[in-house]
Design a protein around this ligand. Structure first.
Ligand SMILES: [Zn+2]
Ligand SMILES: [Zn+2]
Ligand SMILES: [Zn+2]
Length: 236
């Protein structure tokens, strides 16, 4: 079983723990997250109930919370167009608020779907800068997807039985066993609602199958994310 709290730095590919990632980004990659004209916040988001799902990203200070809402829906949440809201422990934050209204060190929350709610906790880790870019948000790091074993055969699982998502030990199945169980109404689980396993705190909830999740880690992305031009006398 892989260590769930570790993730990939999307700039260099290193595998690093959740908390140590902040320093890694700020210190090792100062040329990506600490130079340029656009002022940003570096933010960490994680599942409030499922903190092993986490990301770091930067977002320009002049963007609105609505941009952040779109990003969180795309990477982790969107299933049926449910309502969502941001809040602090004291207040609801309207989506028209701009990012600069948050403070460094502030903790705030995002809730998606007021029926089967997925709650995210967000921390403003640092103020940074980056070269100006069109997108509001750059994904900088993400947890390595957890792996689960099929309850029937032990192979790598592809589906979660959504009926068990809140159980202490949710039931996961590989594709073959899922297909067998779909056909076998006698010996299968009493309630069987297979959903694709996703790398998201919404895994197994409502109808979430990650269709919009375009952020899977493949290889170091330093050349893909909008990096500043390499300095000519770079000290490697
Ligand atoms: Zn790195
Ligand atoms: Zn839904
Ligand atoms: Zn199986």
């Amino acid at each position: 079983m892989r260590n769930l709290s570790k993730g990939n730095c999307y700039i260099c590919g290193d595998v690093i723990g959740k908390r140590a990632m902040k320093r890694h980004l700020l210190e090792k990659h100062a040329e990506y997250v600490g130079s340029g004209a656009e002022r940003c916040y570096l933010i960490r988001a994680e599942g409030a109930e499922a903190p092993n799902y986490w990301i770091y990203f930067d977002i320009a200070l002049d963007k609105k919370l609505s941009s952040l809402d779109n990003f969180l829906r795309n990477i982790w949440l969107e299933c049926c167009g449910h309502l969502s809201e941001f809040s602090t422990p004291a207040d609801i934050l309207g989506k028209g608020r701009i990012i600069a209204e948050l403070d460094v060190g502030e903790i705030f929350y995002h809730r998606y779907d007021f029926g089967t709610t997925t709650e995210l906790k967000l921390v403003v880790e640092s103020e940074t800068t980056r070269p100006k870019q069109r997108g509001a948000i750059r994904l900088l790091a993400r947890n390595i997807p957890p792996e689960h074993s099929c309850l029937k055969c032990g192979k790598k699982a592809d589906y979660i039985n959504a009926a068990t998502v809140y159980d202490e030990e949710p039931a996961y199945y590989c594709k073959e066993c899922t297909e067998m169980l779909m056909d076998d109404t006698e010996d299968g689980p009493a309630e069987f609602y297979p959903l694709l396993i996703t790398n998201s705190p919404r895994c197994g909830e409502c109808g979430y199958e990650g269709e919009f999740d375009r952020y899977e880690y493949t290889a170091p992305l330093a050349d893909d994310i909008k990096a500043p031009a390499r300095s000519k006398n770079k000290n490697a």
